[in-house]
Each structure stands twice: as C-alpha cells, then as structure tokens.
Design a protein around this ligand. Structure first.
Ligand code: DAH
Length: 338
C-alpha cells in the first residue's frame, strides 16, 4: 500500500504540473481527493491491514492527502495570477489617447444683454416684473391710450389671436398689469418677447423689448433725464446723451433718447448714418389718462416710462450689424459670446 501511495503522489505531481485552467484543477481535485477519488479508494483497503500496519499507513495516507491539497492550493494561486495578468493585458487603457471634448454651451447674446440690463436696473432699485406674451387688446392698446383708429392695431401690424386677444406688440402692457396690482411709489422693469408681422433686414416677427416705469409723488421729467442718463452710462460707459421731442400715445410729453455713436464717437459713420448719434429708447411722462385708467389720481402721483429694443442694445454693445444673426443659430456666431 505504501508503494501505491507513493506512486499516486508521483502521478499527481506530474499531472498537476500540466494544468492550466481552474476547471481542470477542480477535476483533478475530484479525481484524487473526492469521495470516489483514488486516495479514498486506497484508504478503503485499510481494513485489510494489521493492527501494527494501520497507524503507519494511516499516517502515510494523511501525508499524501496533505501534500496533494497543498499542491492544489499552490496551483490555484498560480492560475489566478495568470488569469489576472491576462485580463490586465487585454483590458489595458491607453491614457495618452485624447478624449472626447464636451461642448460647453453659453448664453445667447440677447439673454446675456437682458440679464445685464436687469442687473443694472435692480442695482438702481427697480423691481423686475413680467407679463404674458398672449395679451388682451385692452391692455396692449386701450389702457395705453392708443386710439381705436391707430394704424398699429391693423392686422398688418399686429398678430391677432381673436378680436380681443393679441400677441403683445410691445412690453408696455406690463406697465398696466403692474399698476393694477401695486400701489405707488415703485419702479419696475420688464424684459420680454414681443411680436409684429414684419420681416426684412432690420425686422423679425419676434423680438425683445425692455420696459421701465417709475411712479410716485412729484416724479418729474428731471427725474426721467437723471435716471435714464445714469442707466445708459451703466450700459455703455460714460457717454453724451440727448433727448429729442417725440410722440407716444401713453406718454406726455414724450421723447426719444440718443447716445453718442458708440462706433465713431460722434464723428459720423455708417452705423449712425453720419449723424454721430444713435437712438436707443423711447420715453416720457406717463399720460394722466393712463394713470386714471388704472385707478390712480394724476393730481397725487406722476411717473415716467421708457422702452427699448434688446436686439438694438445688443448690436451696439457687441458691434453686430445684422439682426438676423440672432435667430439663425449659427455656432460660428454664437461661439463668440462665451
Ligand atoms: N412701446 C414703445 C414701442 O414699442 C416703446 C416705448 C416708448 C415704451 C415710450 C415706453 C415709452 O414705455 O415711454 O415702440
């Protein structure tokens, strides 16, 4: 039996040497150490042994079992190491390869300008408000003192949803909504989309306006001039300004405000059409009939209002000469405003 055992041990050593897979190793274990394995078979012959032989052979048996168990353990580690090594080789990552660039977006220049104007307004104590783009005719026109016969009410100048509802043609109706809700004194601005059926080099059917309104006791045209001048200087830097008489149905008196041409500094160029001045907003003292219409007493409070085009301000800030660039989504244009 002893001989059988040492033969078995030799054979096992030889066999295990050639193994390469965990699966093969498991088969090997079953073959030698399993319930029906070779070592178990040999141990069954123990009962034919004499009392003296039993402990000797028993010990030899244990030794061979331990030896084979150890061999399996060592082989197992060897195989695992090889497997890991192989995996590492196959899954190698070349960290020197360039990765995929993530394209970071940026604010549209109109959004950026709108935010900029709102920030300046807030710094000057104005409340930022807004109103609906689908607006009542009574707020868009009637309450702003715009006569029934006014050409801006024509279907060629206004998008009608129904007889009484339009896409607002100006942000001025937000003045009405604000006054109906609040009590003076206050100052508010609003920036938003407006709509008119125009489409050519300098007009798009949707564009943006900013509206401002300040109402309180003893608000005068001097306040209008001082505050709007400060506002414009915060937008364009220190600059000459001028106010020209104008007409708007909802203000009296009314004016248009010009800044010295930001391109030629007043010398006269293509952008200012040789005048040296750029028109940037309409303004005026809120017409008493508008104040009355929202339930204010024009003997007690007065105010001024102003309105400007965001596209125009943006074009002047960035030297953009084509309005359509804002709405074409051309990345080459948009990327310049990061
Ligand atoms: N709503 C006018 C327009 O669309 C702009 C305007 C002018 C607004 C004078 C005002 C203002 O508040 O006082 O042309």
């Amino acid at each position: 039996m002893k001989e059988k055992l040492s033969l078995l041990s030799e054979k096992a050593k030889e066999e295990i040497f050639a193994l390469k897979e965990l699966q093969e190793l498991e088969e090997f274990r079953v073959k030698y150490l399993g319930k029906k394995g070779q070592l178990t078979e040999i141990s069954k012959e123990m009962r034919n042994l004499t009392k003296e032989e039993k402990p000797v052979i028993g010990q030899a048996l244990n030794e061979v079992r331990e030896e084979i168990t150890k061999l399996i353990e060592v082989k197992k580690n060897e195989i695992m190491e090889l497997v890991t090594e192989k995996k590492l080789k196959e899954e190698v990552i070349d960290i020197t390869l360039s990765g995929k660039k993530v394209q970071a977006g940026s604010l549209h220049p109109l959004t950026e300008t709108a935010n900029f104007l709102k920030k300046i307004s807030m710094e000057m104590g104005f409340d930022v408000s807004d109103g609906p783009e689908v607006e009542l005719v009574s707020y868009n026109f009637d309450a702003l003192n715009i006569p029934k016969s006014h050409p801006s009410r024509d279907i060629t100048d206004t998008f009608y949803i129904s007889k009484d509802v339009v896409l607002r043609t100006q942000t001025s109706p937000v003045q009405i909504r604000y006054m109906l809700e609040k009590k003076p004194p206050f100052r508010m601005v609003c920036v938003g989309k407006v709509y008119r059926p125009d489409y050519d080099v300098s007009h798009t059917p949707m564009f943006h306006q900013m509206e401002g309104l300040m109402v309180g006791k003893d608000i005068s045209f001097a306040n209008l001039k001082a505050i709007l001048t400060e506002f414009v200087e915060k937008v364009f830097g220190e600059t000459k300004v001028r106010f020209r008489p104008h007409f708007f149905p909802f203000t009296e008196p009314s004016a248009e405000m010009d800044v010295e041409c930001v391109i030629c500094k007043g010398k006269g160029c293509r952008v200012c059409k040789g005048s040296g001045w750029l028109e940037i907003m309409g303004c005026g003292m809120v017409d008493p009939s508008v104040l009355e219409g929202v339930g204010y007493n024009p003997e007690e409070v007065s105010g001024f209002a102003f309105g400007m085009g965001i596209e125009r301000i943006t074009m002047l800030r960035h030297g953009i000469d084509d309005l359509r660039a804002f709405f074409e989504n051309d990345m080459r244009f948009l990327k310049q405003f990061k």
